[in-house]
Design a protein around this ligand. Structure first.
Ligand code: CMX
Ligand code: CO
Length: 144
């Protein structure tokens, strides 16, 4: 069951500059940052609020680390902006299988590693009304 907005993914050319915009404008601080080589991103997670399922909602600011990454390709085509949304679930495997059975393309056969050791998969934007949609099970067990 999808129980929260886990994050909104925002693509940018300059992560440090974008982090500073969110700090100066809204007062949001970086909760966590990392490089995910598999996804080809350097990212900062800004925690906005805790959620009723024991998880939290974040903004995920994304800067590409290489030209052939999905985010670099998207930025070249669209410029900076909202890249994807992510729903949180305690069971990414079960929810992905359930959604796949409804005819929506799930991009990975098995969930991969996302922010903060979470397990993630994606739904094809062409099957989701133009919205690239991620499913996330966080590494923390508090939501179970
Ligand atoms: N949102 C909405 N539509 C998108 C999109 C996005 N983020 N990215 C691509 N599309 C659309 C394109 O506009 C294009 O549509 P048209 O054919 O109408 O022009 C179509 O999808 C195909 O796009 P493409 O540029 O040819 O890109 P690819 O098919 O090579 O890749 C996708 C698209 C979704 C398969 C790829 O972006 C992907 O695998 N995404 C999942 C991984 C990811 O995004 N990782 C970064 C974030 C990591 C994290 O959140 O932790
Ligand atoms: Co994401």
């Amino acid at each position: 069951m999808l129980t929260r907005i886990d994050h909104i993914g925002i693509a940018c050319f300059d992560l440090d500059k974008t982090v500073e915009f969110y700090r100066a404008t809204y007062g949001f601080e970086v909760f966590h940052s990392e490089v995910n080589e598999e996804q080809g991103v350097r990212e900062a997670m800004l925690k906005i609020n805790d959620t009723g399922d024991g998880g939290a909602s974040y903004l995920q600011l994304l800067e590409p680390t290489r030209e052939d990454s999905t985010v670099a390709k998207w930025l070249a085509k669209n410029g900076e902006g909202v890249h994807h949304i992510a729903f949180g679930t305690a069971d990414v495997d079960g929810d992905a299988a359930d959604i796949k059975s409804k005819g929506v393309r799930v991009l990975y056969d098995e969930p991969r590693i996302g922010s903060m050791g979470s397990r993630i998969t994606f739904l094809h934007p062409k099957d989701c009304g133009g919205v690239l949609t991620e499913l996330v099970t966080s590494a923390t067990t508090t939501e179970h």
